[in-house]
Design a protein around this ligand. Structure first.
Ligand SMILES: O=C(CO)[C@H](O)[C@H](O)COP(=O)(O)O
Length: 217
């Protein structure tokens, strides 16, 4: 099976976590897109969806799935999203697609976070995938210097503007021994909007698409 087939397989497996009559939180990226396509087949059985990006909102609407503002929703039983890397503690690096801030907000509200990945995303230690950090544009150089001070090598994502009007620094070479501590440290740098570590709010369930089927942990 190629990587896209594995993504589709795992995305379809996540449909059983969608409760009838409720609002679903929906992530961003190619794996989440397969989930959205699957969700379309059961759109009459949900109230609607909260999107973690403009791209996701557009795809949901394209399928005729109502998109609701997070502020108008009083409960969100489940959030389904992909990840760039996930460890055995269900901590993740996210934000390869640049949607990390809205993803973190929707994940914070959701009761259950179901992470959907193909087998290539499973890692022993986070840090191989460069860590995306969303930054207020005027703080770019300052934040970059702070990241260098932490041992990282920040790279400006040229030409990319987030849905919130900010920039992304992708941080290479970070030795992430303690994801929780690093997430808090990065949150404390003035000018950082969000970082792509999801350790304070890890996934509750990780579904992994592999050659032999979908495993759950
Ligand atoms: O965090 C994300 C977007 O900001 C995505 O979940 C992550 O980049 C994985 O994407 P894909 O499913 O395309 O591999």
């Amino acid at each position: 099976m190629d990587q896209n087939a594995l993504k589709k397989q795992v995305a379809e497996a996540a449909l059983r976590y969608v409760p009838e009559g409720e609002v679903v939180g929906v992530g961003t990226g190619s794996t989440a897109n397969f989930f959205i396509d699957g969700l379309a087949a059961m759109k009459d059985r949900i109230t609607g969806a909260v999107a973690s990006s403009e791209a996701t909102a557009e795809r949901l609407r394209g399928h005729g799935i109502p998109v609701l503002a997070l502020n108008d929703v009083d409960r969100l039983p489940v959030y389904v999203d992909g990840a760039d890397a996930v460890n055995e503690h269900r901590e993740m690096i996210k934000g390869g697609g640049g949607a990390l801030t809205r993803e973190k907000i929707v994940a914070a509200v959701a009761r259950e976070f179901v992470c959907i990945v193909d087998g290539s995303k499973k890692v022993k230690r986070l840090g191989g995938f460069p860590l995306p950090v969303e930054v207020i544009p005027m703080a770019r150089s300052y934040v970059a210097r702070k990241l260098v001070g932490l041992g990282g090598r920040p790279e400006y994502r040229e030409g990319f503007v987030t849905d919130n009007g900010n920039i992304i620094l992708d941080v290479h070479n970070l030795d992430i021994v303690n994801p929780l501590d690093l997430e808090k440290t990065l949150n404390n740098i003035t000018g950082v909007v969000t970082n792509g570590l999801f350790a304070l709010r890890p996934a509750d369930v990780v579904l992994v698409g592999e050659g032999g089927g979908v495993s759950v942990y």
